[in-house]
Design a protein around this ligand. Structure first.
Ligand SMILES: Nc1ncnc2c1ncn2[C@@H]1O[C@H](COP(=O)(O)OP(=O)(O)O)[C@@H](O)[C@H]1O
Ligand SMILES: CC(=O)OP(=O)(O)O
Ligand SMILES: [Mg+2]
Length: 396
C-alpha cells in the first residue's frame, strides 16, 4: 500500500495516520492512532479502516526526550509489522510554529529545520517534539520527502492591527507579535462551513477549538481575522494545563516576591495551571464533568466563562456574529460546556436546542436563534495529508 504518513507530535502524545494515495486520497485514513502517556507509561492505540482496534504498551524509559525517541521507533516498527507491503511515499507533519518565515506548507530539509529550531522557545510544549519526529523520519527513511504544515500559517491573513501588541516598535519589529495557532484545525473546519451553515460562512464566524490546547478564531469570508492565541500557545483561553491570558503583573509579582525563575514560570504557565491547576483534580474535561467536587465545578465554570468573554472580544474583531462553531475534543463531545457557553452568549443572539446539543448534532441552534451554532469534528491529520500531497504534486 502506497501511503502518506501523517505525524502530529505533542508534548506527551504522538498522533499518526496513514492515508492511502491510491486510487484517490479520499480523506479517510487506512490506519490512525496515537501513542499517549509519553513520559509516564506510553500506550499505543490505533484503529484501521475496518474498525479493528489495536492496543499495546510501548517500552520507553529515561527522560521525556528519550521516551519520545523510543515511542517513534516503536511506531515505525509497529507500522511495518502491521503493514508488510507498506510503501511510505511521503510524510506530513504538524509543526506548531512557522514564525514570520513560513506562511504555507513547505518541503522540509536541514536548512528549513534549522529555521524552525529557532522557534522552539516560542512553543516549548510542541516545537521540539514536532522537529524530533521530522529528524527521526529523515534518519529512518532518508528518501521519503517530508512536508511541514504550520499551525500559524492560517492566521497570516489577519490584518496587521490584529497581530500587534502595544510594545515599542523595535521589539515588535523583531517579530514579537500575535501569530495564532490551531490553524490546521481552523482551515479544515472553514472548508466544511459552507455545507453546514450555507451563506453565513461568508460572514462573521467564530470557531472554538477546545482540546487540550484551546483557542478561538474569528473569520470573515472564511479567512482568519483574529485569534485568542498570540505570540505563543499560552495566550487566550484557559486550557488543560495552561493559564491562558494572565495579567503580566502576576509574573512580575511571582518573580519578585516568590523568586520564581524562567523554568518555574514556564512550568506554572504551561503545565500546572488551567483545568488541572484550578480543579486540583485533573486536566481531563471528562473527569471534571463526572466529578461532584466543588473544585471541579469551579474549573469548568471558569473555562466556560473565559470562552464567553473571548466570544465578546472576537465578535468585536469580526464586526458581528453570524455563526459559532465548536470543535476539538471538548468542543465535539462536551455538551454541558457548549450549553454553558451558549447561555453566557445569549445576549449576542445565541440559543441552542437542548436535545440537538445532547445528541452532538451538526447544527445545534434553536429555530429562533439569531446565530447559527454548529459542531464540526476537526481533522488536522486529514488536512496535513491533503497539504502534503498537493505540495509534492506541484514540486514535481
Ligand atoms: N466525551 C467527552 N466528554 C467531555 N470531554 C471530552 C470527551 N472526549 C474528550 N474530551 C476532552 O477533550 C480533551 C482533549 O481534546 P483533544 O482535542 O483530543 O486534545 P489534543 O489537544 O491533545 O488533541 C480532554 O480534555 C478530554 O477530556
Ligand atoms: C497549539 C496548541 O495548543 O496545540 P495542542 O492543542 O495540540 O496542544
Ligand atoms: Mg490539539
Amino acid at each position: 500500500m502506497k501511503a502518506v504518513l501523517v505525524i502530529n507530535a505533542g508534548s506527551s502524545s504522538l498522533k499518526f495516520a496513514l492515508f492511502p494515495t491510491e486510487p484517490e486520497l479520499a480523506g479517510s485514513p487506512a490506519l490512525s492512532g496515537q501513542i499517549e502517556g509519553i513520559g509516564a507509561t506510553p500506550q499505543l492505540s490505533a484503529k484501521d479502516a475496518h474498525g479493528e482496534r489495536y492496543h499495546e504498551a510501548v517500552k520507553a524509559s529515561g527522560s521525556q526526550n528519550e521516551q519520545h525517541r523510543d515511542a517513534l521507533n516503536h511506531l515505525f516498527g509497529w507500522l511495518s509489522a502491521h503493514n508488510p507491503n507498506l510503501d511510505i511515499v511521503a510524510a506530513g507533519h504538524r509543526i506548531v510554529h512557522g514564525g514570520e518565515l513560513y506562511s504555507a506548507p513547505v518541503q522540509l530539509n536541514e536548512f528549513v529545520l534549522r529555521d524552525l529550531d529557532g522557534f522552539i522557545p516560542l512553543a516549548p510544549l510542541h516545537q521540539p517534539h514536532n522537529l524530533r519526529a521530522v529528524r527521526a523520519v529523515a534518519t529512518l527513511m532518508p528518501d521519503v520527502p517530508q512536508v511541514g504544515c504550520f499551525d500559524t500559517a492560517f492566521h497570516r491573513s489577519q490584518p496587521a492591527l490584529a497581530q500587534a501588541y502595544a510594545l515599542p516598535r523595535a521589539i515588535s519589529a523583531e517579530g514579537v507579535k500575535r501569530y495564532g495557532f490551531h490553524g490546521l484545525s481552523y482551515d479544515y473546519v472553514a472548508r466544511k462551513l459552507p455545507d453546514v451553515i450555507g451563506e453565513r460562512s461568508r460572514g462573521a464566524v467564530l470557531i472554538a477549538h477546545l482540546g487540550n490546547g484551546a483557542s478561538m478564531c474569528a473569520l470573515r469570508d472564511g479567512k482568519s481575522v483574529a485569534s485568542t492565541m498570540g505570540f505563543t500557545a499560552v495566550e487566550g483561553l484557559m486550557m488543560g494545563t495552561r493559564t491562558g491570558s494572565l495579567d503580566p503583573g502576576v509574573m512580575l509579582y511571582l518573580m519578585e516576591q516568590k523568586g520564581m525563575d524562567v523554568k518555574a514560570l514556564t512550568n506554572l504557565l504551561y503545565k500546572e495551571s488551567g483545568l488541572l491547576g484550578v480543579s486540583g483534580i485533573s486536566q481531563d474535561m471528562r473527569t471534571l464533568l463526572a466529578s461532584n467536587a466543588r473544585e471541579a465545578r469551579e474549573a469548568v465554570d471558569l473555562f466556560c466563562y473565559r470562552i464567553a468573554r473571548e466570544i465578546g472580544s472576537l465578535a468585536a474583531a469580526a464586526g458581528g456574529l453570524d455563526a459559532l462553531v465548536f470543535t476539538g475534543g471538548i468542543g465535539e463531545h462536551a455538551a454541558p460546556v457548549r450549553e454553558q457557553v451558549a447561555k453566557l452568549s445569549a445576549w449576542l443572539g445565541v440559543t441552542i436546542d437542548a436535545s440537538a446539543n445532547a445528541a452532538h448534532a451538526t447544527r445545534i441552534d434553536a429555530p429562533d436563534s439569531r446565530v447559527a451554532v454548529a459542531v464540526i469534528p476537526t481533522n488536522e491529520e486529514g488536512m496535513i495529508a491533503r497539504y502534503t500531497v498537493d505540495l509534492l504534486a506541484h514540486a514535481h
